[in-house]
Structures are given as C-alpha cells and as structure tokens.
Design a protein around this ligand. Structure first.
Ligand SMILES: Cc1cc2nc3c(=O)[nH]c(=O)nc-3n(C[C@H](O)[C@H](O)[C@H](O)COP(=O)(O)O)c2cc1C
Ligand code: SF4
Ligand code: SF4
Length: 335
C-alpha cells in the first residue's frame, strides 16, 4: 500500500497530521540585484502566492510569512533580469517529502547526430510557455477563441472517446458573477482546512495533494482574495469531462495543453484555473454552464492578451531518466 492510502486509512488527526500539517518545508527564496532593479514592481504583480513586497529602498523582498513554490514567474516578468533563485522549494521530511531533484534549465537541443541544433517553433512555445495571470482588458476576438477551441477538439483520446466539451464565457457580468461565486466557495471551505477538528472531514474527499503546502497556499490566497480565481481574464474556456467516457480528466489535460499552445501561437496568454472547478459545487451555475451529470468541469482555461511579458525560460526539476538501450546489459540511469 502506498503512503497516501496508508495515511488516509488512519482516522485521528494525530495519525493524519504528517499529511494535514506538513513539516520540513524549505521555502523557495528569490534574490533581487538592487543594482539592476528599476523598482517597476512587475515581479510582485506576477507572483501568484504574494511572496514579495517592496522594501524601504523600493526593491522587492520576500514577505515574512510565505510559501514560494519556485515557479520563477516573478523572474520571467522582470524586464531588467534582476531576479534569481537563491533557494529551491522542497520538503525535507514527512508526508510531502516526495523527492525534489535539482532544477535545471532546458537542455541544449541537438540534432539526430548529436550536434548543436535550434529548437523548432513548437519546442520553443513549450519551453517558453508560462502561466499568464495578468491580462489587458481588451476582449479576445471570437475567431481567435474558435481557433483555440479547435486545437482542443483535435486532441488525441483513448479509444477516440473525445470525452470533452467546452463552454466559453466572455460576458463581463457573468465573468464577475463566476469570480464571486467561486471565491465564496473557497472562502467557505478554507476554515475547514485550517481547523484541526474539521480538516479531517476533507480526507478521502480530496486527493492527498490538496494538502501539499503549495496547494494549501493557493487555497488561502483565493480565500483572502490575494489570488483571483480567474485572474480577471476577458475570456474563460470551461473544459468539461464526461464520467461515462474513458479518461475524461486526462483528455481534458491534453485538450488544455493543445489550447494553451495554440493561444500562444496567436499572441494570447493563458492560465489554467483548477480553483474554477468550484462551479461543480454550485448546481445552478454548473447547470447554466452546461455541465449536468455525467458532465463536470475538469478545469478552466483563462485567456487574454498579456499585460506585460509573462513568458520565458525557467529551471524545472530534472528527474533522471532510466534508459534500456539496444545491447545494454541493464538499465542506465542518467545524471
Ligand atoms: C491543471 C492545472 C491547474 C492549475 N490551476 C491553477 C489555479 O487554479 N490558479 C493558478 O493561479 N494557477 C493554476 N495553475 C498554474 C500552475 O500554478 C502553474 O502551471 C505552475 O506553477 C507552473 O508555472 P508555469 O505554468 O508558469 O510554468 C494550474 C496549472 C495546471 C496545469
Ligand atoms: S518563484 Fe513563484 S512563488 Fe516564488 S516568489 Fe517567484 S513568483 Fe512567487
Ligand atoms: S521586476 Fe525586476 S526590475 Fe521590476 S521590481 Fe522586480 S526585480 Fe525590480
């Protein structure tokens, strides 16, 4: 039995504490070079976890209490290349010590003969894609939204089930109502997570990853309105999955990435919002959006024109890959 199943089998708060109240967190730390920094504040705006604030000299610093997930979104927004990662987020013991390999920048591309090569446009889009959470107010032209949807429609699916459907919202009034309704769901749910007596009721109802410190920070930020559910984006694509069709969640994921890359190719930015799945808890809105059983919202893709640069190369974990090559005596694990 794996750790997650073992932990959820237990019943008391003390038994579940390693999962519910993770310890051993080593926070990410971002460093600013005051010589380069122009005090523009874009890094602060682009941090989804409100980790940064201006110091007395108008340079960003980490706030007192924060969780930095080492996403590097602050860094890629910086027009002066003034930010760097001093320490990577990790958990060094307990339930969420899931292994935190070192972070590496993308490896240099090589051609079939192993000689230095250029990335293809698709590879470049994949590598430079970052979540865009700051949008211009400008609406997204409908023909472009249609092209993004088409990229989703032509995603692969197991058995060709195509277990998805989409609902697009661009009406500002309805967008505002959706934001308020979803925020209220999480604001109502957050005290359950923070209270030792009640958090135990969530065990088994949500996957263990919801208790990861990073997810809990996101939940907190939504609850206290420091992170909008839908980033005030001018367009939302609700992605629905059908529970009677195979792998609806995975299908939604593949669709979403197709749509995200298509959006980038059209000069748009995008960010997923799993907190937008709160509409599943609001029967009237869920039905209005067209996701009655057996449909439900699997995620939401926010779309719009980026307010400032929110793309660029970042480092990510490099989990060594094990290879079985022709003629090799056994597996070879790379460095
Ligand atoms: C399925 C999924 C759901 C996500 N939900 C949210 C969300 O609700 N709110 C948010 O701010 N970011 C959300 N994100 C964005 C992630 O935080 C982001 O992808 C991650 O931090 C890596 O950063 P990057 O996308 O800039 O590379 C989601 C991403 C995925 C793939
Ligand atoms: S790395 Fe991500 S979470 Fe950490 S300060 Fe920067 S934007 Fe915020
Ligand atoms: S984005 Fe860069 S230049 Fe602007 S405040 Fe942050 S560190 Fe300074």
């Amino acid at each position: 039995m794996d750790d997650a199943k073992e932990a959820t089998k237990a019943q008391t708060f003390e038994d579940l504490k390693p999962m519910l109240r993770p310890t051993g967190i080593i926070n990410g730390v971002m460093k600013v070079d005051p010589e380069k920094c122009s005090s523009c504040g874009l890094c602060i705006k682009n941090c989804p976890f409100t980790c940064l604030e201006m110091d007395e000299d108008e340079h960003p610093r980490m706030v007192d209490t924060y969780i930095c997930m080492s996403c590097s979104n602050c860094m890629i927004a910086c027009p002066k290349d003034a930010m760097s990662m001093e320490q990577m987020f990790r958990v060094k013991d307990g339930f969420f010590d899931t292994g935190f390999p070192p972070m590496k920048m993308p490896l240099e591309p090589k051609d079939a003969e192993g000689k230095p090569a250029e990335w293809t446009p698709v590879e470049r889009a994949v590598m430079e894609r970052r979540s865009v959470r700051n949008y211009k107010k400008d609406p997204v032209p409908e023909p472009l939204i249609r092209r993004v949807l088409e990229a989703g429609r032509f995603a692969p699916s197991g058995g060709n089930h195509q277990p998805w459907k989409f609902t697009v919202v661009t009406d500002p009034e309805f967008l505002a109502r959706l934001e308020a309704a979803c925020q209220a769901v999480w604001a109502g749910m957050y005290p359950v997570f923070t209270n030792d007596e009640t958090v135990i009721n969530m065990v088994g109802m949500v996957p263990p990853g919801v208790f990861d410190p990073r997810t809990q920070r996101g939940l907190r930020n939504i609850a206290v309105k420091e992170l909008p559910v839908f980033f005030h984006a001018p367009a939302l694509i609700f992605m629905g999955g059908n529970s009677r069709m195979n792998d609806a969640d995975l299908g939604g994921g593949i669709c979403g990435q197709n749509m995200n890359l298509a959006a980038i190719s059209l000069g748009l930015g995008a960010c997923w919002s799993n907190f937008g799945k709160a509409v599943n808890f609001i029967p009237e809105i869920r039905s209005k959006l067209g996701f009655d059983e057996p449909w439900s919202v699997t995620s939401v893709l926010a779309l719009g024109y980026p307010k400032f640069k929110q793309s660029g190369l970042v480092a990510r974990h490099f989990r060594p890959v094990t290879w079985f090559r022709p003629g090799s005596a056994g597996p070879q694990t790379e460095e």
